[in-house]
Design a protein around this ligand. Structure first.
Ligand SMILES: COc1cc(-c2ccc3ncc(-c4cccc([C@@H](O)NCCN(C)C)c4)n3n2)ccc1O
Length: 290
């Protein structure tokens, strides 16, 4: 597959169970369940995302084939070590089944929950992987729009290698086509989502700012007592580093977060700015420019 060229997937009409053993459920989304599965021919394990199809256009249950094709088209256009891979697609009357790279180290969220927070060196190692994966997306004019710890998964039980999953809200930014009215999880959405303004790559960068804040403190910067309060805090960009958990956090780390949690998307650090930020890529003595 050439760089940037979508690998077109013809949705296979074969009976999925003829080729795969279906295993236990490992996760779920609104109209989807993710199960382990094993290819009979090779015994290799995969993740299978079973997506319920709308039966009629007016149905409120299930996803339209257009929404499903959008995720397949996006997943098939990307190939990066920090983004989950799509291998095959099957369909029947009621479901579309995405055969994906199995990521079985659990959600970064769980890793964090067991540790409450991580030290700055560990946070930087996770963030470098997130930024490299998001750089690949943004270079292909793709925005994820649902970046949060639950969608950042560790490859294996004792691995700190990270994969971005769940492209159900992701979009290709086509020239001159405004992307609006998409809502991820309130805690992580940018002000432009709250205000129904056009979305862009900077929308993902805001979420990375929220994820970094949580990684370093275990606190969520805009979380209110309810959804309305959370969205009001986001719209007002009302956050601080007062949380006692920031007492020992470096100024560079706070500067990194402040460069992302800015109301104006045009002022926010890009993924390139973040990869060059001295907190992420410290300038070694020998490299110091005189
Ligand atoms: C849920 O949607 C997707 C899941 C995946 C995916 C790929 C490989 C893989 N290995 C393990 C899992 C997995 C394991 C536990 C939970 C989940 C998922 O359901 N949780 C994501 C949370 N999201 C729904 C907020 C997914 N996955 N999920 C890929 C694309 C998706 O759109």
């Amino acid at each position: 597959m050439k760089h940037g060229q979508s690998m077109e997937f013809n949705f296979k009409q074969d009976n999925f169970e003829e080729f795969y053993h279906i295993g236990e459920p490992i996760g779920s989304g609104q109209f989807a369940v993710v199960r382990k599965c094993k290819l009979k021919e090779t015994n290799v394990e995969y993740a299978a995302k079973f997506i319920k199809r709308k039966r009629t256009k007016s149905s409120r249950r299930g996803l339209s084939i257009e929404d499903i094709q959008r995720e397949v088209s996006i997943l098939s256009a990307i190939d990066h070590e920090n983004i989950v891979k799509l291998y095959d697609v099957y369909e029947n009357k009621s479901e579309v089944i995405l055969v994906l790279e199995l990521v079985c180290g659990g959600e970064l969220f769980q890793f964090l929950a067991e540790r409450e927070k991580v030290n700055e060196d560990e946070a930087v190692e996770f963030l470098k992987q997130i930024l490299e994966g998001v750089r690949h997306l943004h270079e292909h004019s793709i925005v994820h729009l649902d970046l949060k710890p639950e969608n950042l998964m560790l490859l294996g039980q004792n691995s700190t290698r990270l994969k971005i999953i769940d492209f159900g809200l992701s979009r290709k930014l086509d020239e001159g086509v405004e992307v609006k009215d998409i809502t991820g999880t309130p805690e992580f959405v940018a002000p432009e989502i709250v205000n129904y303004d056009p979305l862009c790559t900077a929308t993902d960068m805001w979420s990375i700012g929220v994820i970094t804040y949580i990684l370093l403190s275990g606190c969520s910067p805009f979380l209110g007592d309810d959804k309305q309060e959370t969205l009001a805090n986001i719209s007002a960009v009302d956050f601080s580093f007062d949380c006692e958990d920031f007492a020992n956090t470096s100024l560079l780390a706070k500067n990194f977060i402040q460069g992302l949690l800015l109301r104006n998307p045009n002022e926010r650090a890009t993924v390139y700015d973040c990869l060059r930020h001295p907190w992420i890529r410290p300038v070694k003595e020998s490299q110091a420019q005189c």
